[in-house]
Ligand binder design. Structure first.
Ligand code: GDP
Length: 324
């Protein structure tokens, strides 16, 4: 097995308002992908405007943070997949989790884990994904960090987390200020021993497993979500598991009913920050988007035409009965 050390695929599970957007924005700003003195918002707006003029505005469903380690190591693309922070009837949770190798559970330091995140966390735990706990808003005057951590342990026990999962690392954060620490701050204060999200980034690099793959394996890419674009039509979001997907290449499309049709990849895209950009090739572990296959469905596989082997279909509980 080989490892893609330059990729981490992670989902952030959070109750609404616990600070997911604020955290991801701060990650984008600090990742070092943008020139100094330029706000990420401006850059994103600029590229959006450009895309709009060209008529190909596509806001990605995932965010790609290109993190440049402070120790001078090679840059790592952290793909953050959006999962709804609540029970879901359409399988969006399963789709999100099928793309990632770990989950960040983001919890407000005052409100604690709320019932609505329980459903998503249960799915993540039963999918055997490792979890990183991030306690956010430690600066809140009503923060109660120890209690919230204990409530989270109780929740894990209640959801039958395995031993590895319950030994989750804990990061304390004030996403608003873009600061994180591995040391528990005083209730109501911003972590003081750090001035950035660096401890959060290094925890992600250490605890989100890097994708692994077989060196000479034939192409297998899993359709994990769908999107639509006025110009490009249906867009399939894929995670490449093995081999490479290249623009212009003919691949075998293995459908749900087991039939196989050869199709050409006319448009291949990868996410940079918040927008999709044209790409030439995607490799193992990459999250990419493909246009031009009108009837492609979630769970289907794009494979090597010489050796078409389907990946397992994504199983979805529909309808989700348990809302607790
Ligand atoms: P989301 O719904 O999880 O995406 O939450 P948002 O990122 O939109 O944040 C919800 C609210 O919490 C906003 O008003 C943020 O400014 C605020 N917020 C986010 N992070 C922090 C934090 O670290 N401390 C405090 N005090 N407020 C925060």
């Amino acid at each position: 097995m080989s490892t893609r050390h330059d990729i981490r695929n992670v989902a952030i599970v959070a109750h609404v308002d616990h600070g997911k957007t604020t955290l991801v924005d701060a990650m984008l700003k600090q990742a070092g992908a943008f020139a100094a003195h330029q706000h990420v918002d401006d850059r994103v707006m600029d590229s959006n405007d450009l895309e709009r003029e060209k008529g190909i505005t596509i806001l990605a469903k995932n965010t790609a943070v290109k993190y440049h380690p402070k120790d001078g190591g090679d840059p790592v693309t952290i793909n953050i997949i959006d999962t709804p922070g609540h029970a879901d009837f359409g399988g969006e949770v399963e789709r999100g989790l099928s793309m990632v190798d770990a989950v960040v559970l983001l919890v407000d330091a005052s409100e604690g884990p709320l019932p609505q995140t329980r459903f998503v966390l249960r799915k993540a735990l039963s999918a055997r994904l490792p979890v990183i706990l991030c306690i956010n808003k430690t600066d809140r005057p009503d923060a109660r960090i120890d209690e919230v951590v204990n409530e989270t342990y109780d929740l894990f026990l209640d959801l039958d987390a395995d031993e590895d999962q319950i030994e989750f690392p804990i990061v304390y954060a004030c996403a608003r200020d873009g600061v994180a620490s591995l040391t528990k701050p005083q209730n109501g204060t911003v972590p003081a021993d750090s001035d950035s999200l660096e401890p959060f980034f290094s925890t992600l690099l250490a605890h989100v497993p890097a994708p692994t793959f077989e060196e000479e394996a034939p192409l297998q890419a899993h359709v994990t979500n769908l999107d639509a674009d006025n110009f490009l039509g249906r867009i399939a979001l894929l995670r490449v598991e093995q081999g490479h997907l290249k623009k212009g290449q003919t691949v075998a499309w293995i459908k749900r009913d087991g039939t196989v049709q050869n199709v050409r990849i006319t448009e291949l895209m990868m996410t940079e920050a918040l927008t999709r950009k044209a790409a030439e090739s995607a490799g193992p572990g990459d999250i990419c988007a493909v246009a031009g296959i009108p009837d492609i469905m979630i769970g289907e596989t794009l494979a090597d035409p010489e050796n078409p082997i389907a990946l397992p279909l994504i199983t979805v509980d529909e309808p989700a009965i348990s809302m607790t």
